[in-house]
Design a protein around this ligand. Structure first.
Ligand SMILES: [Zn+2]
Ligand SMILES: [Zn+2]
Length: 220
């Protein structure tokens, strides 16, 4: 589509001596998004389906891309994003042994040590952990508690925290979801006010079940 052509032209003119290799010279620091069916574009300005949303492929990162043609036409930042699988995180021990043939941006899961205890989801970019969330899940009570989401300051504003929230909620569709008390920093308030979670989410007060309390070492 025309957007991709525009990228190619810009890239080629930036690197006049290179052959047309837009796949390998694509920027790698594009924002990311989960595979959910998103109604809005990444800037939350346009209904993606109505804005001539287009798809592509980032060969170096081996990920699909999506673009909002309206944001692109207006030269908005974050007009294009990478689509990352948030539903099937890779087990941490498997991800630790990954060679360079694997995906470059991955959601990785660490199981909790005890049932209903705190498990962990990470985003790894080329093997480096850039964002972490801790969550507690109970399959008996159908509850999920997001304990915190942390993104490395050098990797903020790329959607890694939002991706982790989607990845967390994908572990318990239809569950009752809540978070612990939220950090009141400006970044944290921006983050939570931006969210459009897949499942209703009660902010700032964890609704633990007895199994979670037990896992947390509380007297039940
Ligand atoms: Zn848009
Ligand atoms: Zn429970």
């Amino acid at each position: 589509m025309s957007c991709n052509d525009a990228t190619t032209i810009e890239r080629v003119s930036e690197h006049p001596r290179l052959d047309k290799t837009p796949d390998t010279s694509e920027p790698e620091d594009l924002p990311v998004r989960s595979q959910r069916d998103h109604v809005w574009c990444l800037n939350r300005k346009h209904r993606w389906a109505l804005a001539n949303g287009g798809s592509g492929y980032h060969h170096a990162l081996r990920l699909s891309t999506q673009v909002c043609a309206r944001c692109w036409a207006r030269r908005q930042p974050r007009a294009r994003w990478l689509v990352v699988d948030h539903r099937t995180p890779m087990p941490a021990d498997q991800a630790d042994q990954l060679d360079d043939r694997g995906a470059r941006i991955l959601v990785v899961a660490r199981r909790p040590a005890v049932r209903a205890g705190a498990g962990r989801l990470e985003v790894r970019v080329r093997g480096i952990v850039v964002a972490i969330t801790e969550l507690q899940l109970c399959g008996i009570d159908h509850r999920g508690v997001v304990r915190h989401i942390q993104v490395d300051p050098a990797h903020r504003r790329r959607g890694f925290g939002t991706l982790l929230l989607d990845a967390a909620q994908a572990r318990g569709p239809g569950y009752h979801w809540s978070t612990v008390r939220l950090d009141q920093s400006e970044d944290s308030q921006d983050f939570w006010a931006y969210q459009d979670p897949a499942e209703p989410l009660h902010l700032g007060e964890p609704h633990y079940c007895t199994h979670m309390r037990e896992a947390n070492g509380e007297w039940v």
